[in-house]
Design a protein. Structure first.
Length: 88
């Protein structure tokens, strides 16, 4: 009987050790909400991928985002936790 491999589990296939990569890490796409834990783990370059291109220039960097959001030039706030504007 074959058991499915779990991410991170090591096994041998044709005499070579193989480690399965975690498949549960979703791609960083514009508008995808993230958790506060994910926010802490991601770097500025990775967080930029979650922001629409039109607003990326206003991203001040992770260190200046209070509670996972930042303000744009017009006073609206983009939230990483919501994956969009706070007021929507």
């Amino acid at each position: 009987m074959r058991l499915p491999l779990i991410a991170g589990q090591r096994t041998w296939i044709e005499g070579c050790p193989v480690t399965m990569r975690a498949m549960d890490t979703p791609k960083l796409r514009v508008g995808r909400p993230i958790t506060p834990e994910e926010f802490e783990l991601l770097e500025d370059e990775q967080l930029l991928r979650l922001i629409p291109k039109a607003y990326r220039e206003y991203f001040p960097g992770k260190d200046f985002c209070a509670d996972g959001y930042f303000y744009l030039h017009d006073g609206t706030a983009w939230s990483f936790y919501k994956g969009g504007f706070l007021d929507e």
